[in-house]
Design a protein around this ligand. Structure first.
Ligand code: NIG
Ligand code: FE
Length: 401
């Protein structure tokens, strides 16, 4: 059984017309439902979808121009999956902490003792750029085999200007090397590094000086902060968001993961693209996210790994009409997970999403969480990013473990 053939980003460099025939297509457009459409074809030009529909409705004009043919042989085709929250670039690993946590030491205790994020920061700073690229590409290719075509990659394991810059550059290179579309997010406000120990405010001031430099070199697409007792206070998070907003960058927030801090409501007041984790989200945060149109990104890999017991308030989010996305949160500490379909499975089993909500959360909602309007559903004019599956029905994407 090979459920996934993998994510395919159409990269016929020129503008020749290509056809993908004989597919069973789920577009993830609400009006199409999600039952696969039998015998559909998709016509692409360069990296764009120009037509899709039943093969017998293909116009003579399109038929004449086609130069490249792909036979899908009845396979299921969906929008390429979008992993909208990862920390894919880092050095080392933290299997020792996994063992410690199983022995009863908590994630916060490890962090306060100088392990956790700081351990990965030390390993990342001492890794060469080539090593960082090689390990990140291996992870990216694993995600790609699970149908992923777009990955958001956060910085946040360098925590000094030079290493964060290298991590951004590596993240961009992953896209070129692996044939993936990459969005980068600055998470320099991930934890206070050793050299600023006890002086989080000074560190935040330093981050605010770095942001304009990364903005002008085009290295980052958004700004995130970890608002938590082991991360940054509400006031520090506000300062980071003020700097981002002045630069015209959208914000995101690691919010209410380990405790309720009010990060979600704060981020929503900046029109955040997304708030992520949200296990402890309250009604105030829900109302603020609803008003701002902020996406809730659920990260069941971290919930599972940290053996948390309070799931995010999915029923309330649903009632409020908050868009819900699902991501791997891949990182070496709280979520060493490299399968987005498995994250989708966990979102169903642990958080109560329906399979259709989970798959929308990995396609159309994930695109929204990244502020991308050109992908996430299959439609003429949008990106030709596909996932091809040896499956009968899209719900199987989150069924197979
Ligand atoms: O999203 N919550 C903060 N950051 C990461 C974990 C980072 C780490 O443990 O290395 C997360 O879970
Ligand atoms: Fe994260």
């Amino acid at each position: 059984m090979t459920p996934a053939i993998g994510g395919l980003t159409n990269r016929h460099a020129d503008h020749s017309l290509a056809i993908w025939r004989n597919g069973r297509v789920t577009t993830m457009q609400v009006r199409d439902g999600w039952e696969p459409r039998e015998g559909w074809s998709i016509v692409t030009q360069g990296d764009t979808i120009v037509w899709l529909g039943p093969a017998n409705q293909l116009s003579a004009e399109h038929r004449r121009g086609i130069e490249i043919e792909h036979d899908l042989d009845g396979k299921l085709l969906t929008p390429g999956l979008i992993d909208c929250h990862t920390h894919l670039v880092y050095g080392g690993k933290r299997d020792d902490e996994f063992e410690m946590r199983l022995g009863g030491v908590s994630y916060e205790e490890i962090a306060r003792a100088g392990g956790g994020i700081r351990a990965t920061v030390a390993a990342t700073r001492s890794a060469s750029t080539a090593e960082l690229l090689d390990s990140a590409c291996r992870r990216a290719k694993t995600l790609q085999r699970g149908g992923v075509t777009t990955i958001e990659i956060k910085s946040g394991y360098g925590l000094d200007f030079e290493t964060e810059t290298r991590c951004f550059e590596v993240a961009r290179q992953v896209g070129t090397v692996c044939g993936l579309s990459i969005r980068t997010t600055c998470l320099s406000a991930h934890t206070v590094p050793q050299e600023f120990a006890g002086n989080g405010d000074a560190y935040v001031a330093a981050v605010c000086q770095w942001l304009p430099r990364w903005k002008s070199s085009g290295l980052m697409d958004a700004v995130d902060a970890f608002c938590d007792t082991v991360g940054f206070s509400l006031e520090q998070t506000r300062r980071v968001f003020d700097c981002a907003t002045k630069l015209g960058l959208p914000v995101k927030c690691h919010a209410e993961q380990l405790s309720l801090q009010g990060g979600a409501a704060l981020a929503a007041s900046y029109g955040a693209l997304s708030c992520d984790h949200l296990e402890y989200l309250d009604d105030v945060g829900i109302a603020a996210m609803r008003a701002a149109g902020t996406v809730a990104v659920l990260l069941p890999g971290a919930y599972y790994t940290l053996r948390q017991t309070t799931p995010p308030p999915v029923a309330q989010m649903r009632r409020a009409g908050i868009p819900v996305a699902v991501a791997t949160d891949h990182n070496p500490g709280s979520s060493p997970l490299l399968s987005l379909p498995l994250a989708g499975n966990m979102a169903c089993t642990l958080f109560g999403l329906t399979p259709q909500e989970a798959i929308a959360g990995m396609t159309v909602r994930a695109a929204q969480a990244l502020g991308l309007k050109d992908r996430g559903v299959l439609q003429p004019g949008l990106q030709a990013h596909f996932a091809v599956w040896e499956l009968d029905h899209p719900r199987e994407i989150v069924y197979w473990l």
